[in-house]
Design a protein around this ligand. Structure first.
Ligand SMILES: Cc1cc2nc3c(=O)[nH]c(=O)nc-3n(C[C@H](O)[C@H](O)[C@H](O)COP(=O)(O)OP(=O)(O)OC[C@H]3O[C@@H](n4cnc5c(N)ncnc54)[C@H](O)[C@@H]3O)c2cc1C
Ligand SMILES: *[C@@H]1O[C@H](CO)[C@@H](O)[C@H](O)[C@H]1NC(C)=O
Length: 242
């Protein structure tokens, strides 16, 4: 993810600036004491016979959806083997995240028989690239949440120019739905505009070992890269984002 050095500039009115800072501090204090929503996936037995919903507890039509089971890969390699096993037995899959913040029924699949793949434990920073030029990149797994992304970026002196307002969104979810802040500054306000490379795992043929891993980038594969950026979770599981 190409992120840039960023220095906030306040207007010339000192009082207005002070109020804005105080407002930010009180907002942050408020967020720190609130309780995050529950896990959106609930299973009858361990990871099987599950009900899935969003962070509101129900979809807009007041329903919830079902799945046969949920998998929690802890590494990108494990993710590939989960997708391969499910593809071999002809199962349908959907990606779910830590809080599943989207309102629409993007997560529902195949009655009671589907497989949910959670990115809950795919939450590591893979690498940071520094260069002499100003732009530097940070590569993370897709389950990394916005708050963690901002923290990791800050550690190496980077900042996201724009972001949606809630820290519980994941990198994969923000890619899936073109999540955005509000600005025309720089490349614009969508988080995916600052992404340079996406690694995606999709069902594959027998020759691919039933799972295909694609590394998509703006320079090498622009069409596929653009499709992967707002995929609504239907093209495959995003495992890592640079
Ligand atoms: C109250 C509220 C306020 C919001 N405010 C904003 C806002 O200010 N700005 C904004 O832009 N958006 C906003 N949104 C929308 C929010 O950003 C999106 O719903 C976002 O996609 C949620 O991210 P998530 O990580 O919870 O993903 P989920 O909701 O869990 O998933 C979203 C989609 O992405 C897919 N997906 C998730 N991870 C992966 C992956 N690793 N690989 C492939 N597909 C994946 C899922 O299958 C699903 O289809 C808001 C939503 C709500 C409910
Ligand atoms: C990843 O998520 C797990 C489960 O929520 C958590 O215990 C762990 O501390 C997280 N790791 C990082 C690097 O944040």
């Amino acid at each position: 993810m190409a992120i840039f050095g960023y220095s906030p500039s306040y207007g010339s009115d000192q009082n207005a600036a002070l109020w804005r800072i105080l407002h930010c501090i009180f907002t942050l204090v408020h967020i720190a004491f609130s309780t995050p929503p529950e896990d959106p996936v609930k299973c009858v037995s361990t990871n099987a016979d599950c009900t899935i919903t969003n962070s509101y507890g129900a979809f807009p039509d007041r329903s919830t959806c079902r799945a046969a089971n949920v998998a929690y890969p802890t590494t990108p390699a494990e993710l590939v083997s989960i997708v391969a096993t499910a593809t071999r037995s002809g199962r349908k899959m959907r990606v779910t995240t830590r809080y599943s913040h989207s309102m629409p029924k993007l997560l529902c699949t195949d009655g009671r028989d589907g497989l949910l793949i959670s990115t809950n434990f795919l939450n590591r920073t893979v690498r940071t690239v520094r260069s002499i030029a100003k732009a530097m990149t940070l590569m993370v797994e897709s389950g990394v949440m916005l708050r963690q992304l901002i923290d990791e970026a800050a550690k190496v002196g980077l900042a996201l120019p724009n972001a949606p307002y809630w820290w519980g969104l994941t990198v994969g979810g923000m890619m899936g739905t073109r999540a955005h802040g509000s600005s025309l500054w720089g490349k614009g306000s969508a988080v995916h505009d600052y992404v340079t490379e996406i690694m995606m795992v999709s069902p594959g043929s027998v020759n691919d070992g039933f799972a295909k891993v694609r590394v998509l980038s703006e320079t090498a594969t622009p069409d596929e890269f653009n499709a992967a950026k707002v995929s609504l979770g239907v093209l495959g599981v995003i495992s890592q984002v640079d």
